[in-house]
Design a protein around this ligand. Structure first.
Ligand SMILES: [Zn+2]
Ligand SMILES: [Zn+2]
Length: 416
């Protein structure tokens, strides 16, 4: 039989890397609690319509990247490519807008996109993110941005850059899009076929294209920042002011647009130059029309989503805390029961403990202790069992001491 491998674009995560994931996840739970975010867990698959309505049927994600399938009852289902639409759907369906306060959510989980796999990018990838509903204050934008940048700093990522822009609103964007379309039409021949198609759909996305011709042509295009309505301008100015209160440096990036249709006003992206070229770690912004679009109340929303694989790559040098293992050995199989009971007692105290059950000689047990990189090996032999003691060997210094069992805890507390 041929060997079965994990599907392309997926991967297994195990020790020692998995320690970084545990560290990162624990940090997320602890950090966002301080801002009253509550975790939300939504299904991994949803009705496909949620994403075509909530992300935009014109988007790359919906057109090319979704894992969509029919179930046995011929429903069209999709593995979630992102989580904001699901969180909004959950809030509407469970009436959370009425029964929860504050309306602040965070999530951690796998997302799925049929994308070209590359370093740090997978078809099943892990994101965490936050969402705040029902508050259109510019200070909330600033706080969400602060909670993105500050968190990355706290987990040890350096050389962070925050790019900031406003993408307008339904009042000011349509007129701007017309101007942009005109400019893009004039340069149509220089644009790649993809961007030529974007002119009619969402010309903003031409700014995202990495093709040199498109990047060149778009440099002369009109910018949304020069065409914001009064409300968007005031909101953006207040966001920047609040960021300065919070001591968050930012870089204005007038060509920063988000790939999804529902974004309004504030848009931001955080990158790190730590691994050479600037790498986007997270992106987010306001989406004041999404909740109504999905059948909910006319209510503001803002959030971000962060790519955890990328963050883990940046944690490469983080020394994963290695557990210090205690190995309980026994000189003769007749002391196995004592060894098992000692191991149980030590685990109760919180130590990671290993016992070899195979009844092999002491030399082999010590070899196993070495392979496990045990910090201490505790030996039970006739002498020890009779006298209620245990021989403890410090595996690094090779020093051995005989400790009365009743003092073992205190001894470990001092020497572990
Ligand atoms: Zn506006
Ligand atoms: Zn292009």
């Amino acid at each position: 039989m041929s060997e079965i491998k994990a599907p392309k674009g997926t991967r297994d995560i195990f020790a020692p890397e998995v320690h970084k994931w545990q560290y990162l996840e624990a940090a997320i739970h602890a950090y966002y609690r301080k801002f009253l975010y509550q975790e939300i867990r939504t299904p991994i698959f949803e009705h496909s319509e949620l994403f075509s309505r909530g992300i935009g049927s014109e988007t790359e994600v919906v057109q090319k990247e979704m894992y969509t399938f029919r179930d046995k009852a011929d429903r069209s289902l999709t593995l979630r490519p992102e989580n904001t639409a699901s969180v909004v759907r959950a809030a509407i369906e469970n009436n959370l807008f009425e029964i929860m306060a504050p309306l602040r959510f965070y999530y951690i989980g796998p997302m799925f996109r049929y994308d070209k796999p590359q370093k740090g990018r997978y078809r099943q990838f892990q994101q965490f993110g936050i969402e705040v509903f029902a508050d259109d204050s510019p200070q909330v934008d600033a706080e969400v941005i602060f909670a993105a940048v500050d968190f990355l700093k706290k987990v040890g990522i350096v050389q962070l850059q925050l790019d900031l822009n406003s993408v307008g609103c339904p009042q000011c964007r349509p007129a701007y899009l017309q101007l942009l379309r005109q400019a893009a039409h004039a340069e149509e021949k220089r644009l790649c076929p993809d961007c030529q198609r974007k002119i009619a759909g969402n010309p903003l996305r031409i700014f995202d294209c990495k093709q040199p011709g498109c990047a060149d042509a778009s440099r002369a295009f009109p910018l949304i920042g020069d065409h914001l309505c009064g409300e968007c301008r005031d909101h953006f100015a207040a966001v920047r002011e609040a960021l300065s209160w919070m001591n968050v440096p930012f870089h204005l990036e007038p060509r920063l647009v988000r790939g999804l249709d529902y974004y309004t006003k504030t848009a931001f992206e955080v990158t790190s130059g730590q691994l050479g070229a600037q790498n986007a770690l997270l992106g987010g912004g306001r989406y004041n029309s999404l909740i109504r679009e999905l059948g909910g109340p006319d209510m503001a929303g803002i959030g971000f989503a962060a790519g955890m694989e990328r963050i883990i790559l940046h944690l490469e040098r983080l020394a994963a805390p290695q557990p210090r293992i205690l190995f309980v050995a026994y000189q003769d199989p007749q002391w196995l029961a004592h060894a098992v009971q000692l191991a149980q007692a030590l685990r109760e105290e919180g130590y990671p403990v290993a016992v070899d059950y195979q009844g092999r000689n002491l030399k082999k047990q010590f070899k196993k202790a070495d392979r496990l990189a045990a910090a201490f090996t505790l030996v039970l032999a006739e002498d020890e069992v009779r006298s209620g003691t245990v021989s403890v060997k410090d595996m690094a210094s090779q020093e051995q001491s005989k400790i009365p069992l009743k003092d073992l805890n205190a001894w470990l507390k001092k020497n572990y």
